[in-house]
Design a protein around this ligand. Sequence first.
Ligand code: PLP
Length: 433
Amino acid sequence: YTPLAEIDPEVQNIIDKETWRQFSGLELIASENLTSRATMEANGSILTNKYSEGLPAARYYGGNEYVDELEVLCQKRALQAFHLEPSQWGVNVQPYSGSTANFAALTALLHPQDRLMGLGLPDGGHLTHGYYTAKKKMTASSIYFQSLPYGLDPATQLIDYNGIKSSAKIYKPRLIICGASAYPRDWDYKTLRAIADENGAYLMADIAHIGGLVAAGEQANPFEYCDVVTTTTHKTLRGPRAGLIFFKKTGEKAQDLQKRVNDAVFPACQGGPHNNTIAGIATALLQASQPTWKAYAKQVIANAKTLGEELVARGYKLQTQGTDNHLVLWDLRPLGLTGSKLEKLCDLVGITINKNAVSGDASAQVPGGIRLGTSALTSRDMLEPDMKIVADFLHRAVQLALVLQKEAGSKLLKDFVRVATVEEEGKEGAQKV
Ligand code: PLP
């Protein structure tokens, strides 16, 4: 029971620095949030000590009476948070992350080398939706399955549903995945269901980003149309880092799905569940089921809309001109500035953002945009007037980045960077900008 600070001051010191970074800066990464103290307590609990391979009441280890109680509670809360009937839907709460949840879902739904279609990464999709490049298949979802990406309509930058329909007719995927990491608009699940049915495909929604907003009823409901829904628990849902897989229990496509999903998580893809994380998920889901959650989700969206409008008011361009959810995709290309440079500069001034490809980008390595999200700032009770101030900070950061870019070759700037580096790190040389 000796505290961390005594046993390992080095790690404690790093945690203290990161705590200060998180609380003193502005967290605008769309996939991040600030969990509640209660969730962190559960996540950091003694449950980390326990092995419990298997499912409640069917474990491969003894001593699981309380862990069983916890996992059943977590499942119940997951269904409640998303307003699902236990007779219609089941859930597996064991995935270690969104990526493992997705790979387990693919394992459950497909045979090796079956075909799937997902939104392409450069258009906002996720790696786990079948991403590969002309040079390499670097994701398990493209190594073990065949995949054909779908994309955005270049004119509107919205999902090209007609394109999906015509590609699916030829490609005949066994699975269509909807959901994204960087798409600021809502999804038309009904149309995708019709396309899936025309081709005998499963429909899976990955609501990793918008899970908390879906739970609040503030986005279209994927459960009305999909066979499987996966989510992470740590983005808009504000839980610990993990994933969930919801599967339909009724209907023709649901046959056997419960067993296939559960078997895919364990033993196909994972070993023992992280029970401390499951406790954290349960607590976060309890919080996401409270009446106050709807107000939180509404505010996340209102803040994102305001942030977008304030950037537009300052002359900037957004992908799709705005947002329906928690994120804004900011196209920096008209300024001749890359997302990487603005990300670096913002790091130096305590604003955390991430570079992101915007529609039509030639390279994902040097993306022309920035993805901004409002979940974390909303967890800090920020409101629309605060977003105006945040937009001002971002505007000032862009102006500074443009000056630095212009002056990048100058001796003055090089000297400045060197002096700043020496002051900050106490050593000569390392380049900062
Ligand atoms: N799915 C989507 C849409 C995501 O955006 C992400 C992560 O950003 C994931 C899955 C993977 O989640 P994790 O990082 O927890 O593996």
